[in-house]
Write a protein that binds this ligand. Structure first.
Ligand SMILES: Nc1ncnc2c1ncn2[C@@H]1O[C@H](COP(=O)(O)OP(=O)(O)OP(=O)(O)O)[C@@H](O)[C@H]1O
Length: 293
């Protein structure tokens, strides 16, 4: 089953504070999507509305053509992992997995057991007493083994150490290949996890500023390095996101496609051209409000 999520002029207001401002986009197909945004940009609010935990203030959100709010049938297809401590605090990790098993129609208990072993999750410890990393591991196991058609992971893996995080990325990709579905991961660790994304959604201060396949996005920005004068001449009239200088050398990050004529110009000025990493592009896009894709 292929998933479709539609946001139509979606707005979330908390009293006087607008957490999401008229967000419109359609996500479709089985893919791993990165939901990127700085702290407080509205990621959790968006995920919680997709799960049906929050009601939009105005506009609408549709998952498979239905509104998720108070929709118990749809809820069984949408797994939202945020804080396992809040959901399962008083029970042992082993029982949390059993309870999750009863909630998810596609739950794979054998897979959950093997993940618990790989992450060395102490099954007899109460969830509220798990270390931060182990709580994150439990969240990752719940999200992966739920095999929900729409899986929303809200910085689930943030408490894990590097070893556990790489284990998680490996498992996520392997399981996604075996069981394609829509997985949306909110994250700040773009450098690490960015390689998994096929598509990214960037929100900033409640606005949707970008929704693109990663491949296309990475073709939209590049960095050039050379002497200051040459870089300045090359970038005249282009949309420069950021510059860095070291001695007589200068590097400029440019938002825009590298056309054939620009490449020839870069060669003429002996400039080194390299793609801009997703992380850098994200930082620039969310620090310069006026740059919009
Ligand atoms: N229940 C609430 N009442 C009032 N304001 C809220 C509430 N929940 C969130 N907010 C505010 O709405 C904005 C968006 O919050 P949200 O948690 O959705 O952002 P986020 O991108 O997930 O942030 P972070 O990356 O820091 O977790 C923030 O300014 C936050 O303070």
């Amino acid at each position: 089953m292929s998933m479709t999520v539609e946001w139509k002029s979606l707005t979330k207001q908390y009293r006087s504070h607008a957490a999401l401002r008229s967000v419109t986009a359609t996500l479709s197909g089985n893919k791993i999507i990165g939901l990127l945004g700085r702290n407080g940009s509205g990621k959790t609010s968006l995920l919680a509305m997709m799960k049906g935990l929050l009601r939009p203030t105005s506009g609408s959100i549709l998952v498979q053509g239905q509104a998720p709010y108070e929709n118990s049938v749809l809820a069984r297809q949408i797994c939202f992992v945020r804080d396992s401590r809040m959901s399962y605090g008083f029970v042992k990790a082993r029982d949390a997995l059993a309870m999750a098993g009863a909630a998810w129609p596609n739950w794979d208990a054998e897979y959950a057991r093997s993940l618990a072993e790989r992450f060395e999750l102490p099954l007899d410890t109460k969830v509220q007493h798990l270390s931060r990393g182990m709580e994150s591991a439990l969240g990752a196991i719940l999200g992966l083994a739920s095999r929900a058609s729409l899986t929303l992971l809200d910085e689930t893996y943030i408490g894990m150490d590097a070893h556990a995080r790489y284990l998680f990325y490996e498992e996520l990709l392997a399981d996604y290949i075996r069981h394609p579905r829509m997985l949306i991961l909110s994250t700040h660790l773009i450098e690490e996890v960015g390689k998994l994304f096929e598509e990214v959604v960037v929100i900033d201060q409640g606005h949707l500023i970008l929704h693109e396949p990663v491949e296309r996005l990475l073709m939209k920005a590049y960095a050039v390095t050379g002497t200051e004068a040459d870089v300045d001449r090359f970038t005249e009239g282009l949309q420069v996101l950021h510059t860095l200088g070291a001695g007589s050398l200068k590097s400029a990050s440019v938002f825009g496609e590298m056309t054939d004529s620009l490449r020839k110009l870069a060669d003429l000025y002996h400039l080194e051209v390299r793609p801009l990493p997703l992380q850098d592009l994200f930082v620039h896009l969310t620090s310069r409000q006026e740059v919009r894709a």
